[in-house]
Design a protein around this ligand. Structure first.
Ligand code: SF4
Length: 444
C-alpha cells in the first residue's frame, strides 16, 4: 500500500513547525475567531455524512447570508481565485475560500445564489442549512498572518501565493494558458477570464522572483504551510536567437522552484508541480526536472476517452497528443517512483462512468493517482448554465474509484506528492475523503 511518507521524514523540521502552528492556531485558548475550532474525533457515520454534504456543496454550490461572512478577509481566510473561478453564476467578491466540517472534511466554496444550501450563523455557531433545515455545523479557516504582509511595495503576499486548505502553499506560475490563443482551451476551464476578473485585486499577472522568495520564506517561517503546489496554464515553446528551442513553461517552473529553494535555504523542497505534459519528444526533461528539485508531478489528462478528449481538450490533443500524454505519465511514474505521480479527471462533465473507470484502472496499474475533480459549470465557459450530476453520483464514483485504487494497493499518497490525495488540502473532490473513511473503517 503506498501510504509511506518519505516527505514527512525528509521535511521533518517543516512538519514540526507546522504542528506547533496548528496547535497554537486552533487551540481553544488562542482562537482567532469563534468559528475556528479543532476538529472532532472522526467516526465512520460522521465521515459518511460529511462526504455526502461535501459532494452536495460542490455539485450544487451554496449561498451565504451576511452573518456567515463576518470576519472574512480579517479573522478568516478569503477566496483568492488564484487559478480558476469555481463559483456558479453571479457571486459576491469576498467569500471564504473553504468551509471546514466538524470532523475535518474541507469543502471548497462555490457560491451559487440559487442553491438550496445556505451558510448562516445561528446561536453562536456557523451552520449549513438545506431547504431551511440545519444539516451540520461548519467552521471557517483562520487567515494566515503572511496574507497581509507585503511581498513588494504595495503588493500583499496573498496575491503572490495563497494558502489552500489547511497546509498547502499554492503558486500560479502562469495565470494565462496559451491553448486559449486559438480557442483551443479545455472547454470546462475559465483560467483566462478569471485572470481578467481578479487581476486588480486578488491576483497579480506576473510574480517576480523576489516576490516569490519573500512570500515563500515568510509563509514557511509562520509555520502555516508544510508543502507547496505549483501550477498554471500551458506556455508554449519558442526558438531563441541562437536557434535553440526554449520551453517557457519549463523555464517558469524551474525559476519558481529556484526562488523557493532560495527562500527555504535547501535544494530538497516539498513541491508538487501540476502542469501540462512535457513537450520534448524523448521526455528527458522529466528526469532533469526531478534533479533540479521537483518533488512530484501531475499531468492532468482531464478526460480518458480519446474522442471526448479530442473534442473537449483540443489544445492538449493537438499540441502534445493523448499518446504522448500517457507516455509522459508512464515515464514520470518510472522516474519519480511509487506514490509521486498523479492526473486529474473532470468528472460529471461529459464523460460516462465506464470510460472514467477505465482511465482510473489504467492509472492504478501504473501506480498513478487518478483524481476525480467535481465539475463546476462555471462562468466564462460555454457550459456556464449547465448542471453537474446529482451529488450521489459523485459519492458513488469516488467509492468505485477507491475500490480500484485499493485493488492495486494504492492508498492516499503523501501530501507533498499529491496534495489532491490529502483531505486537508481541500481539492474539489471526495476521493481523499473516501480514502480517509476507508482507513478509518480498516482501523476501527
Ligand atoms: S490546460 Fe486546460 S484546464 Fe489547464 S489552464 Fe489550460 S485550458 Fe485550462
Amino acid at each position: 500500500m503506498i501510504t509511506t511518507t518519505p516527505a514527512n521524514e525528509k521535511f521533518s523540521d517543516i512538519e514540526k513547525k507546522y504542528q506547533e502552528w496548528y496547535q497554537k492556531t486552533y487551540s481553544p485558548d488562542n482562537q482567532k475567531g469563534t468559528h475556528v475550532k479543532l476538529p472532532e474525533e472522526p467516526t465512520v457515520e460522521g465521515l459518511e455524512k460529511e462526504i455526502w454534504v461535501k459532494a452536495n456543496l460542490l455539485a450544487d454550490g451554496l449561498k451565504f447570508d451576511a452573518s456567515a461572512l463576518e470576519g472574512v478577509c480579517d479573522l478568516y481566510k478569503e477566496q483568492s481565485r488564484w487559478l480558476f473561478d469555481w463559483n456558479i453564476g453571479e457571486h459576491a467578491y469576498y467569500l471564504p475560500e473553504e468551509l471546514l466540517l466538524p470532523m475535518g472534511t474541507l469543502v471548497q466554496v462555490r457560491e451559487n445564489r440559487d442553491s438550496r444550501w445556505l451558510c448562516t450563523a445561528e446561536g453562536g455557531l456557523l451552520v449549513l442549512k438545506r431547504d431551511g433545515e440545519v444539516v451540520i455545523e461548519c467552521r471557517h479557516i483562520p487567515r494566515p498572518d503572511y496574507y497581509s504582509q507585503e511581498a513588494s511595495p504595495g503588493v500583499i503576499m496573498r496575491r503572490i501565493a495563497n494558502f489552500r486548505g489547511q497546509d498547502c502553499l499554492c503558486i500560479n506560475y502562469a495565470p494565462y494558458c496559451m491553448y486559449w490563443k486559438n480557442d483551443q482551451g479545455c472547454r470546462f476551464c475559465n483560467i483566462v477570464p478569471n485572470m481578467r476578473w481578479t487581476k486588480d485585486d486578488l491576483q497579480v499577472s506576473r510574480r517576480s522572483y523576489e516576490q516569490i522568495v519573500n512570500t515563500t520564506r515568510v509563509a514557511f517561517e509562520e509555520g502555516c504551510v508544510r508543502h507547496i503546489l505549483l501550477t498554471g496554464g500551458m506556455i508554449d515553446q519558442h526558438v531563441d536567437k541562437d536557434g535553440n528551442t526554449v520551453d517557457r513553461e519549463d523555464k517558469m517552473i524551474l525559476d519558481v522552484i529556484q526562488a523557493q529553494q532560495e527562500a527555504l535555504q535547501r535544494d530538497d523542497i516539498p513541491v508538487n508541480v501540476i502542469r501540462t505534459a512535457p513537450k520534448d519528444k524523448d521526455l528527458k526533461s522529466i528526469e532533469e526536472h526531478k534533479k533540479k528539485g521537483v518533488y512530484s508531478v501531475a499531468y492532468n489528462l482531464e478526460i480518458w476517452d480519446p474522442t471526448l478528449f479530442e473534442f473537449y481538450c483540443p489544445g492538449k490533443d493537438n499540441l502534445q497528443g493523448r499518446d504522448h500524454w500517457l507516455r509522459a505519465l508512464e515515464v514520470a511514474a518510472e522516474v519519480y517512483g511509487p506514490g509521486r505521480v498523479s492526473t486529474h479527471f473532470v468528472t460529471g462533465f461529459m464523460e460516462p462512468e465506464s470510460s472514467l473507470l477505465e482511465g482510473v484502472e489504467w492509472c492504478a496499474e501504473r501506480g498513478i493517482s487518478a483524481i476525480p475533480l467535481i465539475w463546476s459549470p462555471v462562468e466564462g465557459t460555454r457550459y456556464a448554465k449547465f448542471r453537474a450530476p446529482n451529488a450521489d453520483w459523485f459519492v458513488e464514483m469516488a467509492k468505485k474509484m477507491v475500490d480500484i485504487r485499493l485493488k492495486y494497493n494504492l492508498g492516499a499518497f503523501e501530501p507533498a506528492a499529491s496534495p489532491n490525495d490529502c483531505y486537508m488540502c481541500a481539492m474539489p473532490h471526495v476521493l481523499a475523503d473516501e480514502l480517509r473513511l476507508r482507513e478509518l473503517q480498516r482501523s476501527s
